[in-house]
Design a protein around this ligand. Sequence first.
Ligand code: SAM
Length: 234
Amino acid sequence: MLATIRYHVWRRLRAAYYAFALARLPFGGPLGRAISDWECAQGFGDSPKAKSTWDAEYGGGRWAYMGRQPELARYWTLIGFMDTFGRGGEYLDVGCGDGVLFERFKRLGYQRYVGIDISDVAIEKLRLYNDNRTAFFQADGDVHEPTGHFDVIVFNESLYYLRDPVRSLERYAESLKPGGFIIVSTYTESRRSLAVLREAKRAFEVFEEAQTTQGPMSWLCTVLKKAESTSLAR
Ligand SMILES: C[S@@+](CC[C@H](N)C(=O)[O-])C[C@H]1O[C@@H](n2cnc3c(N)ncnc32)[C@H](O)[C@@H]1O
């Protein structure tokens, strides 16, 4: 009974937090962090999860739908932007999963493609692509330090799974070549992901954005550029 009441209080608090943008979103300050911790503890689908959970989900086929037709339009929007803004150069794919994006993108050509994911299970089948231009390996995007510099760094439905997404984005931006871009795909039904995107837009210049709707689902594909000053005063 007490647990149910507590759950509903937290739910309302969370709704208010997202609705009224209390403090700097996302998750700055003690309230933001408490809400983020609560979301993680509840296992919400758009919150950070342990590596073991991701491994189990990929092992059980939970994410197989990403490669199916209902997600097709957003992938091609993303790939169009990657090709246009990366010009076949060097790409970093953070949270690359089991490679749905790469499998479709690779035919367009690239000089270097690096994909990292927290899940060994997800990345396993991609290891066969590893060669002198291509590298897939397990790494935690929250702390990973990329090697070299990239024309495009892409977060395809992965940014909001990081624990401090916008700070991480700023860190990854240090690994962009001059004039490079960050591309973020955001599922619009997730409050957390929209809050993360909103804050990312405060820290970076929005260069281009497209909304893709397929059936009942909709995604934003946002191309970000380093602003003059990317530091967030929190
Ligand atoms: C919704 S899936 C998207 C996968 C892939 N980008 C795609 O669209 O097919 C989110 C991905 O982010 C990865 N991920 C979650 N937290 C991560 C972290 N801290 N570091 C790296 N990858 C992470 C998950 O393992 C998963 O592959």
